[in-house]
Ligand binder design. Sequence first.
Ligand code: PEP
Ligand code: MN
Length: 334
Amino acid sequence: MVVILKDNAEQKKVKTLTDWLENQGLSVHTVTGAYQTILGLIGDTSKVDTDLIEGLDIVAKVKRISEPYKNANRKFHPDDTVIDVGGVKIGGGIFQFFAGPCSVESREQIISIARDVKAAGANILRGGAFKPRTSPYAFQGMRTEGLELLLEAKKETGMPIVTEIMDASHIPLFENVDIIQVGARNMQNFELLKELGKTNKPIFLKRGLCSTYQEWLMSAEYIMAEGNQNVILCERGIRTFETATRNTLDLTAVPMLKEKTHLPVIIDPSHAAGIARMVKPMSFAAAACGADGLMIEVHNDPAHALCDGPQALRPEEFAEVTAGVQKILKAIKE
Ligand code: PEP
Ligand code: MN
């Protein structure tokens, strides 16, 4: 980090600032030019409050050179993180399919979809029990009953399950859930992230609707700073000026995040496009650009789904996606 001082900076104040920075364990390298003085800060600057320094009357500008995230940073952890969920490995170039309905609606529905997606090649079953809906009048999910039905589907098929949490007070309810999802709307619910950081569950962290890569990685950092290193990132489309699709799928996130972080990166083309027929081509593109897997919404009767029917694939359509993706993965390996 560098601190650029104003040209008339009072020496006494500069000394106070330098001492204060050194007291935080940083070494301060002062470069005095003809017109400007620059303080180069060496050490772990992740806890330095840049706004506070920029507010001082002797400071013209503060610039970060290194990223403020440490745990999630590939610089300090060059190897890919591989998360083992009951024998299913996520990350490190192993491609996985997370599939299932937007919401758990009944025992018959979740068990039949679980069997179908497993037969089509899915390794992890998804299904919402606590649903973050835009309208308070829309179906809010089956809540604890939904969690129980997911556990039944897990027992029936042997597939690990991923489901969304909306409140830290619900963490005990998720004891038997394999992967806890944090939805786009909660990506910056910092108190929730901190509490999840104290658990040892893998956390499936979806990108916020309008979040930058750095904001997203800082949210991962909230979880990791508390001790839980098992974070999976999921790009699910961001809000742009385009209205033809529900969101805009930012596939650049894959190669860019692969540089910045060692965490697995999954693509969710269902929430990104919001249109079932867009899911296959975007899944193929995600596989081609190096994603670690896909999360896809699948329903046995999309027309009557209680949530997100227009973007849901039928099981046989999902099977076409998994078959095509396997061909792409083989082709890009050659
Ligand atoms: C979901 O996966 O069902 C969901 C609500 O996703 P998102 O948080 O990405 O909107
Ligand atoms: Mn959904």
